[in-house]
Design a binder for this molecule. Structure first.
Ligand code: BDP
Length: 718
């Protein structure tokens, strides 16, 4: 019966769904296809009224009108009178709004939050959408549209929402020549050549998408920065973008090259303690603010991976960050200084280097400096333990840095929903101040009472028509914004609302897609880096498996550095008998990892060198378990394909087929990962594959011989 019913729905739907290229993201606003819901909305909404027409409220009005007219397929009028079914939008300073909404709600909404309330005033039932600021009201409009797009009951609304984190930021690793470092979705959307006079429609659509999920900051250029971005010619182009973004509450930041005073300023040095250098940055900051009055500040990668920095002049990270902070301070700008610092000369475990560099400077930074820390200690791996700096610098605000672009997670070909990865890190307990000192509390400032707080993510956006190169990669952009707004949302909740807005509200389809999404990250870990393996991807481009690679000019760029497989076992001993990186965690946090027998097996090889026939919790030997994981991972991609295939007719054919093709590639690559890794590690374990496991189709030499000189994402700092 159920089958027949699904078939019936499929028949009805097929042919009815218009092909989509994904450009509209989660802001599609197609007519609501559920008759009862549509009726409820039409009964409750008839007109809109805005209390003023500043640029931000105009943007909100345009969005709301567009959204309502699309979703309700009904003309929505603009009124000056309050009538039944009116949506009243404005700020708390408006006398009407002030008189009908309790100030209590507004104090909870804070600077950027919003209130959505159904109110009866003069016998008229109205919906008020308001913030203390106009941006709050704009966010409220987007939130209201989200309620409609996800078919929520809107008859009696009483919502207050405020962001838990202040700076919700996308970092673009975009170069001036429009290539993107680790970009897999086309070229940069910033068309520097045509700016400032040509304003691509995409800029506004980009701002709308960001504002819809609360993103309020963007760094436009690669952290491996080009100093030319700070020249007048480019600042004018940046100013044109900043102007498009301003009504949407988005501030622009730039990655600053530390050697800019030499490269574009004609100075002999970039020493941060040199008065001329300090002065150069002060003047540069003054100049920037003449073009971009709401400029956010600088993002800086210094003394890491060949980038210049204060240590080039025997100064410290604090000297460098503070100099830039002083230049920006008069204008209210901030410095986001990255802790992704490690060096080849330092022979200590790379895991430990950022902590060792930065911990001593806790409390030594100006109060407009934030330190940006990647979620894990190495580099955006499919699974990492949380970075030991979280909880270790109580006197310094730390910004979380996640990566949306899937540098180590199958590029834009693999369907990997990253919210579970983000949540795993945010929910991890640092034990900084006893139990329940989660990473999220460090980031949102509640643990240490910081005024400035931030969460950033390396963008996965490019010029591809669907922005992210994979329809499901959009979900990672979406999930990041939602979590930066409220890290207490669950990965499932976020997936649910994204699916409803992006694909369909039909429950069966929502559930099927959600199951695929929620399982996808763990599946990827299994076929790439199970049991705590890490950084065993192809050298430099990071495409595909290359655990055998050992020819990089730096030891810590070689996969063999990380897995340490030998005839006895596999894994990196980071306990006291090894690199002792574990000592960087608070004692209680350390405890979860330090004992081989109690360490969560997900992290096992991050911290222990384990014998091949060590008995795992499953009762299998480590070798068998490793094989089991690799095979289960690859098999599960087949499951993803089957699940997806069952959705034919529930989703427009264009996106259905795109995902189908991408899953076919993912399946092939998962088998490739499995075969290459199992064959390679078998040369150390010298143990057979567990019974019944299919023998890899090719031999190890074949996998080792594969070369990818044109794998995407490598760009240099152009
Ligand atoms: C690594 C990337 C490299 C980036 C670097 C960074 O491989 O391209 O420049 O991170 O974060 O993940 O600075």
């Amino acid at each position: 019966m159920k089958r027949f019913f699904l078939f019936f729905i499929t028949v009805i739907l097929t042919g009815n769904i218009k092909a989509e290229n994904g450009y509209e993201l989660w802001l599609r606003y197609y007519k609501i296809d559920d008759a009862a819901i549509l009726q409820q909305y039409r009964n409750n909404i008839s007109s809109i009224q805005f209390t003023s027409s500043t640029p931000t409220l105009l943007a909100a009005k345009e969005e709301l009108l567009n959204g309502l007219q699309g979703l309700l397929d009904k003309k929505i009028t603009e009124q000056n009178l309050i009538t039944n079914g009116c949506i009243l939008v404005g700020t708390s300073s408006d006398p009407v709004i002030h008189s009908i909404i309790s100030s209590n709600f507004f104090s909870k909404a804070g600077k950027e939050g919003y209130v959505i309330q159904t109110v009866t005033t003069n016998q008229k039932k109205v919906i008020v959408i308001a913030g203390n600021t106009e941006v709050g009201a704009l966010y409220g409009c987007f939130a209201f549209l989200r309620l409609l797009q996800t078919h929520q009951n809107i008859q009696n609304l009483s919502i207050v929402s405020a962001p838990r984190i202040q700076l919700r930021m996308l970092d673009h690793w975009d170069n001036v020549n429009r290539t993107i470092e680790r970009g897999y979705a086309g070229m940069s959307i910033w068309n520097w050549h045509k700016l400032p006079d040509y304003i691509d429609k995409r800029y506004k659509d980009y701002a709308r998408a960001n504002a819809s999920i609360g993103i309020n900051a963007v760094a436009l250029n690669n952290v491996n920065a080009n100093a030319i971005m700070l020249t007048k010619d480019y600042l004018i182009k940046v100013a044109a973008l900043a102007e498009v973004f301003r009504p949407y509450g988005i501030k622009v930041y730039l990655s600053a090259k530390f050697s800019a005073p030499v490269e574009i300023g004609g100075l002999k040095t970039a020493d941060p303690l040199d008065a001329q250098v300090q002065n150069w940055w002060k003047q540069k900051a003054d100049e920037i603010y003449t073009y971009i009055p709401n400029f956010g500040g600088f993002l800086v990668k210094a003394n890491s991976e060949e980038q210049p920095g204060p240590q080039t002049y025997n100064r410290t990270h604090a000297d460098g960050a503070n100099m830039l902070a002083d230049a920006l301070a008069p204008h209210g700008g901030i410095v986001i200084w990255r802790a992704f610092v490690y060096s080849n000369e330092n022979t200590d475990d790379r895991f430990k280097q950022a902590y060792n560099e930065f911990k001593p400077f806790d409390g030594k930074f100006r109060n407009n400096v934030l330190i940006q820390v990647k979620n894990g200690p190495i580099d955006f791996q499919p699974r990492e333990p949380f970075h030991p700096l979280f909880g270790a610098m109580p006197h310094t605000p730390l910004v979380m840095e996640f990566q949306l672009t899937q540098e180590y997670l199958g590029f834009s070909t693999h369907l990997v929903y990253l919210a579970p990865l983000f949540k795993e890190c945010l929910d991890a307990d640092t034990y900084e101040q006893g139990k329940n000192s989660t990473v999220s509390k460090v980031i949102d400032g509640s643990s240490e009472d910081h005024k400035l707080t931030g969460m950033a993510a390396v963008a996965n956006i490019g010029s591809d028509i669907d922005w992210t190169g994979h329809p499901f990669a959009q979900a990672n952009w979406y999930a990041f914004g939602r979590l930066a707004w409220d890290h207490e949302l669950s990965a499932a909740q976020i997936a649910d609302e994204w699916i409803r807005q992006t694909f369909t509200n039909i429950q069966h389809a929502v559930d099927t897609i959600k199951n695929i999404m929620l399982a996808s990250r763990e599946i990827t870990v299994d076929y790439m880096t199970p049991l705590g393996l890490h950084h065993i991807m192809g050298y430099s481009h990071h495409y595909g498996p290359a655990p055998w690679y050992n020819a990089a000019q730096r030891a810590d760029w070689n996969p063999v550095y990380y897995h340490k497989a030998d005839s006895l076992g596999i894994g990196f001993d980071r306990t006291a008998t090894g690199s002792n990186a574990l000592a960087q965690y608070a004692p209680e946090a350390r405890k979860q990892f330090q004992d081989l027998h109690t360490c969560d097996e997900k992290y096992l090889l991050w911290f222990h060198h384990v014998e091949w026939n060590y008995k795992m919790h499953s009762g299998r030997s480590l070798w068998d378990e490793l094989c089991y994981k690799y095979y289960a991972g690859a098999d599960s991609v087949k499951w993803m394909q089957q699940q997806w295939n069952s959705l034919k007719g529930f989703i427009d054919d264009e996106r259905f087929e795109q995902v189908q093709m991408l899953l076919t590639i993912q399946q092939k690559e998962a088998v490739w990962w499995r075969n290459a890794c199992v064959l390679y590690f078998q040369t150390f374990s010298r143990m057979p594959l567990p019974k019944g496991f299919e023998q890899p189709a090719k031999n190890l030499e074949y996998y080792e011989s594969l070369q990818f000189p044109y794998a995407p994402g490598i760009s240099g700092n152009q």
